[in-house]
Unconditional design. Structure first.
Lengths: 371, 303
């Protein structure tokens, strides 16, 4: 239900005129394409994530929006206006750099107030707004400190405050949490979301961490080789990836190749498998059934009443704390990934290596991918 | 036991530079200091008292009793020396300023050049060292003399109509000094400028700072350690410079190095020459200590 609300909200945001629009934008470096004829719209107030493996062009896209790179082809519109001729220092966007790029010769206050001083704001206004930013990023009392005396987390917050103080139309975040340790990163992700809701500023985050993108973003653009592969809400990207590549890139998945039979089942090496009714595909087409590990049930006995079930032996187990991951070797020698929540604190893992197990899932648990 | 050995050997390593300093700086300095406290004499060596070990403790006492600050009083009283000191400081200060003005853009350009070119550019800056310093200064005599290269070019370009007298002037000293010391200014500047992260300049632009202003607000402040290092590396040796003013300068300009040389070799007044040297060292300690304090402060800030 909450999911539906979120999706509706994010749709409502998009129905307004897009704040940022990339129009068939291409950028290459010495003949090597970094961004390839890409069209994308980002709505006002959205928390938008650019996700992809390193070298997929996501950072180049962000830097083009900031003005540090110029597209070779195409246009970038901000609020409906082409910003090609606007130099970086006049663009109403601010960036938080991956290495934070804090000025080592300035204090925390000096760094945060830098942007306002360029606007020739009055002393009183600068000190007031720097104070606001220090409070917003929980850095009260750190104002006069030197940058090199701060911890990684504190630096991250100074960088955030510095990029927010000018109240940019769009805040660009280039791998903003990459330098933090895992626990701090998880906390900061929620802080970022809260901050974004509070300010209503459009955030565009670049990350290679799919989990991070799914947690923070309203919408995710999955990129590879300079192209958009899928743009959708996190739950849609996860539950309904549009290709094997996306399915494999986001989370764990097992892909079962097969052919669509005339009766609407999937003819695979594991036998006839029933699939969800939502697919309308040509018979005989080669497709892949994608199954997330948590959607598969694992039992020692052959389950009754479930439609799809296959037998196998446990090949590998991985304990993750909240759940365990099992790789199960099936009759056709392929491996299927299954995850089970560790609900019982007393019991050890339910299955161990070489156990004979049955895997089963309802038809609607998997999705059929055509490419 | 092992760690004990290690401790001893590492302590030994720490001692090496001190030993070096004691042997090649402190000991000669003590000798110079002692001579500066002696009196001139027509003798071999040309000063009194002479340290006589055979007389034992009484000899040492007698020796110490004869030492005096008379020479320093003499150096202080004669305006010749004062003027030479002032002239040296003036030439060193102006030269250092010129070196900064010329060296900074060179270093900045080098640091902003494509990565692949940079080793080549550094090489080009160091290249003059392949030729002996003395020979290069002699070459300047050739260039600066009345029918030299400089006048020839200027006449051809109709900048001047009659050959100008470059040689034996302060201008010639400045040309020689700036030419000779440029690498010592450029290299430390380049080293600090090259380390400035490109993303800092992008961050400044992102926050609304135009390129030109970024230089004053970000690049220059971050390069100040390099400016200080380059200035020290040039200023201190220029104050004591002897070869350049002697070969290129006029007879009316006397730097302290030349005065010292004259006292030592022409007048054979070793005590006065030594007193000049000791005073010079005292003078130069001021900027060195200032620099040390500056470095100390930036190191403390780094923690």
């Amino acid at each position: 239900m909450a999911d539906g609300d979120e999706a509706a909200q994010s749709r409502a945001k998009r129905e307004q005129r897009p704040l940022v629009r990339f129009e068939a934008v291409s950028k290459h470096f010495g003949g090597v394409p970094a961004v390839d004829s890409l069209t994308l719209e980002i709505a006002s107030g959205e928390f938008f994530a650019l996700l992809g493996p390193s070298g997929c062009g996501k950072t180049t896209l962000l830097r083009m929006l900031a003005g540090f790179e110029t597209p070779n082809k195409g246009r970038i519109l901000l609020d409906g206006e082409d910003i090609a001729d606007v130099p970086p220092h006049r663009r109403p966007v601010n960036m938080m750099f991956q290495n934070y790029a804090l000025f080592p010769h300035l204090s925390v206050e000096g760094n945060i107030g830098f942007g306002l001083r360029q606007e020739k704001a009055s002393r009183a206004e600068i000190s007031e707004r720097v104070g606001e930013m220090l409070a917003l990023t929980r850095l009260q009392g750190f104002g006069p400190r030197r940058i090199d005396g701060l911890s990684g987390g504190q630096r991250q917050r100074v960088a955030l405050a510095r990029s927010l103080i000018k109240r940019p139309r769009v805040l660009l975040l280039d791998e903003p949490l990459a330098a933090l340790d895992k626990k701090l990163r998880a906390e900061t992700q929620f802080e970022l979301m809260e901050l974004q809701r509070k300010l209503g500023t459009t955030f565009v985050i670049v990350t290679h961490d799919q989990e991070e993108a799914m947690i923070v973003a309203d919408r995710i653009a999955v990129m590879n080789h300079g192209r958009l592969i899928q743009v959708a809400e996190p739950s849609k990207i996860y539950e309904q990836p549009n290709s094997r590549w996306v399915a494999d890139f986001i989370g764990e998945i097992t892909l079962i190749p097969g052919r669509l039979a005339a009766d609407g089942t999937l003819d695979s090496a594991l036998g006839q498998l029933r699939i969800g009714s939502s697919v309308d595909l040509k018979t005989d087409a080669t497709v892949w059934l994608a199954l997330r590990p948590e959607k598969i049930n694992m039992s020692a006995e052959r389950p009754t009443g479930t439609v799809n079930s296959v037998a196998g032996t446990v090949f590998e187990t991985g304990y993750r704390g909240e759940m365990s991951i099992y790789k199960v070797r099936l009759a056709d020698r392929s491996l299927m990934k299954v995850s089970l929540a560790n609900v019982n604190a007393r019991r050890q893992a339910a299955f161990s290596v070489d156990d004979l197990v049955w895997l089963s899932w309802p038809p609607e648990a998997g999705i059929v991918l055509m490419e | 036991m092992h760690s004990g050995d290690n401790g001893r050997s590492s302590r030994g390593i720490v001692l090496v530079p001190y030993l070096w300093l004691a042997l090649f700086f402190l000991a000669p300095f003590a000798i110079v200091l002692k001579i500066s406290l002696s009196q001139t004499a027509l003798a071999q060596p040309p000063y009194l008292p002479v340290f006589d070990l055979s007389a034992g403790w009484a000899g040492v006492k007698d020796f110490a009793g004869q030492l005096s600050l008379d020479t320093y009083k003499l150096v202080g009283a004669d305006t010749l020396y004062l003027l030479a000191y002032l002239k040296s400081l003036e030439i060193a200060a102006i030269s250092t300023a010129l070196l900064l003005i010329i060296g900074y853009p060179i270093a900045f350009g080098m640091a902003r050049a494509p990565r692949a070119w940079q080793p080549l550019l550094v090489m080009a800056v160091v290249l003059p060292f392949w030729t002996s310093f003395l020979i290069r200064v002699y070459a300047w005599i050739n260039i600066l003399q009345r029918d030299g290269l400089l006048n020839e070019v200027l006449l051809k370009l109709h900048v001047i109509n009659t050959p100008a007298a470059w040689l034996s002037s302060d201008t010639a000293i400045y040309i020689g000094v700036v030419y000779s010391y440029l690498p010592f200014m450029v290299l430390p500047l380049y080293a600090t400028l090259e380390k400035i992260d490109e993303s800092l300049l992008e961050a400044a632009a992102d926050l609304g700072c135009p390129r030109r202003k970024t230089f004053w607000l970000v690049v220059l402040p971050l390069s100040l350690p390099g400016v200080a290092a380059g200035a020290m590396l040039c200023f201190i040796p220029i104050v004591g410079e002897f070869v350049i003013p002697d070969l290129l300068g006029g007879s009316e300009t006397l730097m302290i190095g030349q005065t010292l040389w004259t006292e030592f070799f022409s007048n054979r007044d070793w005590p006065v020459a030594s007193a000049i040297a000791v005073t010079l060292l005292g003078l130069l300690l001021v900027p060195i200590l200032l620099y040390e304090r500056l470095q100390q402060r930036s190191l403390e800030g780094g923690r």
